[in-house]
Design a protein around this ligand. Sequence first.
Ligand code: DC
Length: 241
Amino acid sequence: MERNAFNIAIDGPAGAGKSTIARQVARELEFVYVDTGAMYRAIALYFLRKGVAGTDEAAVSSQVGEAGITIRYQDGTQQVLLNGEDVSGEIRTEAVGNMASAVSAYPAVRAHLLGLQRSLAAGTDVIMDGRDIGTCVLPEADLKVFLSASSAVRAKRRFKELTEKGVACNLQEIEQDIIERDKRDMNREIAPLKQAEDAVYLDSSNLTIEQVVEAIITAAFSKGLNLSGAGGEDFSVEEEG
Ligand code: DC
């Protein structure tokens, strides 16, 4: 018998390890991993390229409809298309991340992506990560996880990631950036970064990736996940507004 789709929401601050962990959980459970930060980043890139300031809410809100976002899966990997162009690589910079944090505070930007996010989860086993998945996007998710870590640990992780990519960076600046981004994400009026009341709280500061992955998988089974008859195929979904 067909079972209902199982949705896992994973929220938390920048650099807590959400994407690494969600990707790994998705692989082990054969779920689709949906990275919602990538959608905000693609919109941020649109405005960076256009030269619109992140502080200009009126311009961002009136033009966000021009940024067509499509999510495509190829071999289980999410790709983000901005008006048909694959920008999955280009959105991974600190500048795009900071711009994403700024524009994601605007209701028009969030409304632009909500339908796309919900339609990706409808009828599909997904693990979706972001800031407001458990509180706003998928309030009925079967399992909600709030993943955090100290800002020092998160800064070290990001420093290591960037250094390995050959990007010159400064640990203190990264930590400062993370603290500011958290503050912005937690204090905005709409859909702020917040733990859902029914979320499982995990602090990854002193845990390995494997330990966190294991904890989430165990929690999913305890919430009734029954792995039979699942399967991931390549597909794509576009936002409609
Ligand atoms: O997870 P990330 O670093 O790729 O996210 C970039 C920014 O996008 C983040 O600072 C806040 C915003 N964001 C959001 O507001 N809501 C989400 N569900 C995901 C990301």
